[in-house]
Design a protein around this ligand. Structure first.
Ligand SMILES: Nc1ncnc2c1ncn2[C@@H]1O[C@H](COP(=O)(O)OP(=O)(O)O[C@H]2O[C@H](CO)[C@@H](O)[C@H](O)[C@H]2O)[C@@H](O)[C@H]1O
Length: 492
């Protein structure tokens, strides 16, 4: 099959979070199974050019219709760790992708409407006719809309779209100006409730809703989150739309790319290890402590890695730091906040804790350091308010770093409580789960983990090894996506 992924991120060249990991890892798996995969991305000024090999111009004169005129774009092409990627660079005063950031601009809706239009225009003009277009999140929600309403009539009749939602919170809600810009025009038509009109703001269009309505298949990133999105508030108002389109909506648990996230071969950690020589992990703990100037005491290290925002349960992340310290553990945090108030809060925390030899807060994005933390820590805490899938607990498991998670979304599908899981025998359990959002719930799970580390180190090690034995690779999800692609190719 010929598959084109269209997304706003692809790790490690463009990575703000888990979306990038998924686009890369899934593409690699699909290619490994004999499919032809290409990835179309925006050409941001701030992406990691050092991860692109053989960058060259692939298509010089792409003219993308925009507001009745056209914007001139160049399309570059190169390999990102073996994956063939096309980068679209528009030349216009808007400077859509030369902002020194991936997201967070006032005109994000316009930026990604343009990207969606340009990606389809590129496919069309360069005569690429993939069997499947797989697009992701709100940034590419207009792709299935544009395909069905415009490009289908311009030679792209047989292309089918799979649309994956990684986060319902950000939907691309905005005014109707994108309709005129992208050539969709007919406001009255698109402002219908069964098309793109937002269910809660009658004056706004909703890209993600458009993606759900028009795509041939819609997925989210875990089975449990697919249920939550339909029936609870974590669908952020799209539950009704999902219900109407339930026949084509499903949850596919993400995988982890074990070529990249694997302590056996990880290039960013000083000592490689597997579950068979688990005792080698200690050298990474030592290295982590040396790097972050932590005390070399006989204490467990609890880690948090992730964005610092409301989704991730920042109040509990904050509490986890102090609770770990009070229980005689060390704490390492690697995270960045886009919200000013949260950012300021954690900077104050960092200053306050600066001289404490048992804690280190690293505020910013650091891919290399994240590997060392996964390898060096004993436990990883994921106290999310909601979590469509969650990759950090799965990476933690692979590195023998025991996850302590809140029982929501994909965390429920991947972490099984050592003491209380009802469905699995003890030798299959792999972490700790708590449910409430208050401090006590988190504390009780952390206490159980930290107490086991101190009181029964052998049993703690056994738990970590059980986690390492889980297979959360792309193998199974890769096959599931191929089934979905086949299904929409034949069903339409
Ligand atoms: N400061 C930092 N420095 C270095 N690396 C950092 C970092 N902060 C985060 N990361 C890395 O980014 C990834 C984050 O994965 P998450 O599952 O938390 O994704 P996120 O919530 O962004 O995305 C959404 O999409 C993903 C993918 O579908 C879903 O798993 C998730 O539930 C959903 O919210 C991990 O690889 C982590 O190591």
């Amino acid at each position: 099959m010929y598959i084109v992924q269209i997304a706003s991120e692809c790790a490690p060249v463009i990575k703000a979070g888990g979306l990038g990991d998924v686009v890369y890892g899934l593409s690699r798996e699909l290619e490994g199974r004999g499919n032809c995969v290409e990835i179309i991305l925006p050409m941001y000024d701030c992406m990691r050019y050092d991860h692109i090999w053989g960058l060259h111009d692939a298509y010089k004169d792409l003219w993308v219709p925009w507001y009745g005129a056209a914007i001139h774009c160049s399309v570059y092409c190169g390999w990102v760790h073996g994956r063939l990627c096309f980068f679209i660079q528009p030349h216009s005063e808007d400077n859509f992708f030369n902002r020194g950031c991936y997201y967070g601009c006032d005109d994000d809706n316009m930026r990604f409407a343009f990207f969606s239009k340009a990606a389809l225009e590129f496919l069309n003009q360069s005569n690429k006719r993939p069997d499947i277009i797989h697009c992701h999140d709100w940034q590419t929600g207009l792709i299935p809309v544009l395909l069905a309403e415009i490009y289908k009539y311009n030679g792209m009749e047989y292309q089918r779209v799979c649309y994956t939602i990684h986060n319902f919170k950000h939907q691309g809600i905005g005014g109707g100006e994108t309709l005129a810009a992208t050539g969709l025009n007919r406001e009255a038509y698109y402002f219908q409730y069964d098309k793109l009109r937002d269910d809660f703001n009658p004056f706004a269009l909703n890209y993600m809703k458009g993606g759900i309505v028009y795509a041939n298949a819609v997925t989210t990133v875990s089975p449990n989150h697919a249920e939550e999105a339909r029936y609870t508030e974590v669908g952020c108002g799209l539950g009704h739309t999902l219900h109407l389109h339930q026949d084509k909506f499903t949850g596919v648990l993400n995988g982890i790319d074990y070529d990249f996230w694997n302590p056996e071969i990880d290039r960013y950690i000083p000592t490689n290890y597997t579950y068979e020589d688990f005792e080698q992990k200690i050298y990474n703990k030592k290295a982590l402590r040396e790097r972050l100037l932590l005390d070399a005491a006989d204490k467990p290290i609890v880690a948090y890695i992730g964005r610092l925002d409301n989704q991730k349960g920042v109040h509990l992340v904050h509490h986890a730091i102090y609770h770990a310290l009070s229980k005689g553990a060390q704490f390492v945090l690697l995270g960045s906040a886009t919200e000013a108030a949260i950012n300021t809060h954690f900077h104050h925390e960092k200053e306050f804790l600066n001289n404490n030899p048992d804690v280190h807060l690293e505020l910013g994005f650091n891919e290399e350091l994240s590997h060392l933390i996964y390898a060096g820590a004993d436990m990883i805490v994921v106290p999310s308010n909601y979590e469509p899938c969650g990759l950090t607990q799965m990476i933690g498991l692979k590195y023998g770093t025991v996850p302590i998670v809140r029982g929501v979304g994909g965390l429920v599908n991947t972490v099984f409580d050592r003491d209380y899981d009802q469905n699995l025998p003890p030798e299959k359990r792999n972490g700790y789960v708590f449910y409430d959002t208050d401090n006590y719930a988190l504390e009780s799970a952390m206490n159980r983990a930290i107490d086991l580390w101190y009181e029964s180190p052998d049993e703690f090690q056994q738990l970590a090894i059980q986690g390492m034995k889980y297979d959360y690779s792309w193998n199974i999800p890769g096959a599931e996506y191929l089934k979905i692609y086949e299904w929409i190719r034949h069903r339409g």
